[in-house]
Design a protein around this ligand. Sequence first.
Ligand code: ATP
Ligand code: ZN
Ligand code: MG
Length: 307
Amino acid sequence: MDAKTFDAKSLLDSLFENGILFESGIDGLYGRSGAFEEVIERFERLVTRLGAPDKATRIHFPPGMSRATLEKSGYMKSFPQLAGCVHSFMGGEREHAQLLGMMADGGDWTELQKATDVALTPAACYPLYPTVAARGPVPAQGLLFELSSYCFRHEPSKDPARMQLFRMREFVKIGTAEQVRSFRESWLKRGKAMIESLELRCEVDLANDPFFGRGGKMMANNQRDQGLKFELLIPVTSIEKPTACLSFNYHQDHFGRTWGLKFADGELCHSACVGFGLERVALALFRHHGPDAAAWPAAVRDVLWGV
Ligand code: ATP
Ligand code: ZN
Ligand code: MG
């Protein structure tokens, strides 16, 4: 974690050397040290403390979600390249013998597996919308949730900030356009102040999601033109291309329409979410303040360990 080396591969190597991350043989899949986890725990507490006055309902979803929910969300239309679906062996004795034979021959035994009803969760908020819709009309003041989940995205990389399995903490507001926009505004301010209190330099910028294919370019432009996504960027592996550590997304009535999220008078709900990439924030802290959290600046330790 030398201040001069500022590229992805050397940061990853130094994280392994310092025992902060552990290799698994797969890019983007790492073991985490106790120290790394403690930083994440402390950061999550900070996030929860900042959000406490808003009295969000906390839900912790598992890293797998209903495949049908993912399909209906439109995820496969926008991000087929990132999705992961859980497959299992569902055959009998004969297929089992065939499977073992294929494995012994070094063949592709996975074709004997079938898709289960479970998909890996790509973002913490996807399982939420149908769950809320099933509970009936949304109250006039809207609803606020605080979520946390391991997420999967198929984007193997040597960049330690681009993992395949990582955690996201999110606040999600479901309400009127005005309610969800002011929620997003308040977190744009709070998020920036929080990261600055950790003595990390950051900037907030307009962003777009990596929509797939030819049509994706248009969707990305549209998302930018309408100011639907902002990111808080911190230099982690590059100064020119800082890493998105927090994101602030306004979905308009996309999820409201998809899941029938409505107020009692039948009006469709809008939604917005604020996502905190927990590993990315921890990596930024280790990158800027050094491999030993006990030696971090007192002000930073105070913010994280003070309460
Ligand atoms: P990027 O542009 O870097 O791919 P993103 O636009 O895909 O980021 P979001 O979809 O908004 O990010 O996800 C919410 C948050 O989850 C991000 O702000 C980031 O902190 C974190 N995140 C996203 N992808 C990854 C990943 N591959 N590894 C670790 N954290 C991630
Ligand atoms: Zn979300
Ligand atoms: Mg991404």
